[in-house]
Design a protein around this ligand. Sequence first.
Ligand code: CA
Length: 226
Amino acid sequence: MASVFVVEDDHQIRELAVRALADAGHVVRSEATAMAALQGIVDSAPDVVVLDLGLPDLDGGDLLRMIRAVSDVPVIVATARDDDSEIVRLLDAGADEYVVKPYSGAELEARVRALQRRVQMGGQARTLTVGGIVIDLRARTVEIDGAVATCNRKEFDLLAYLAANAGTVVTREELYAEVWRQPYGGADKTIDVHLSWLRRKLGETAAEPRYLHTVRGVGVKLIAPS
Ligand code: CA
């Protein structure tokens, strides 16, 4: 079971979330404002944060960025805005998972469990090495040819996923599902943008790849340069 921090200003929704999570055996804390929540999250270091986006004192997306500046805690955002671009924006801003309002207590609890399972699985292997790339999954750091490379959250997740599947072609559908946690929508600029950022860090271009090889119409493959 997890320690869960619920940030929600709507009294009824907060009660529903807290009760559902506590009934399932989780240790739950909650706050109704962004500033109190930020302090509470820093103080209590929860396993999972459930974050409402419409808060009275600060936009939830801004709070998400503030949390990300100080913590790698998995965050589930609760949004009433069920559109793809909004969800992509939130996942890029550092959310790990989302629920669309109105959600049921059972649905929220299932998301918390799934996220926790994912985090625990990620903790099993410590490092992945592909050629000169060394990825520390726990510290979430990357070295390329012995030099530390700074990656944002999604770049790291993408590189780690490709490295875990090194030598095999990973499809865009799979990347959407496994890295972005959403169904493939066909408009795949997000993946292309992240791949080109990664290429820059790896010191290569799409025209002259070293590690990242695009298989046209299929996907992308990470392999050590020969
Ligand atoms: Ca709200």
